[in-house]
Design a protein. Structure first.
Length: 91
């Protein structure tokens, strides 16, 4: 084998293994466990896949528990979890 052939051949055994290319977007937001007592509407939207406006509507209808901190409105995850665990469907 000539030097030119050697330089143009694929020498994958010398390099690190190739990683699968993921097409999913990288989420730059810090990962917050769902065990926090309250969560912003934006973060709740990211975690559930629901739109921001749908969550706002459910908060206004009273279907999601709301917790106000100053002027901010947060989804009350602790109360939502308690309500889900106490519902008849879980018994």
């Amino acid at each position: 084998m000539s030097f030119r052939q050697y330089m143009t051949t694929d020498r994958t055994y010398h390099s690190e293994p190739k990683r699968a290319d993921t097409t999913m977007e990288k989420n730059s937001a810090p990962q917050v466990p769902a065990t926090v007592p309250v969560m912003t509407i934006e973060r709740f939207s990211e975690l559930t896949g629901m739109s921001y406006s749908a969550i706002k509507g459910q908060l206004q209808l009273g279907n999601l528990p709301l917790f106000k901190i100053g002027r901010r409105r947060m989804v009350n995850i602790a109360l939502l979890t308690a309500e889900c665990l106490q519902s008849e469907e879980w018994s």
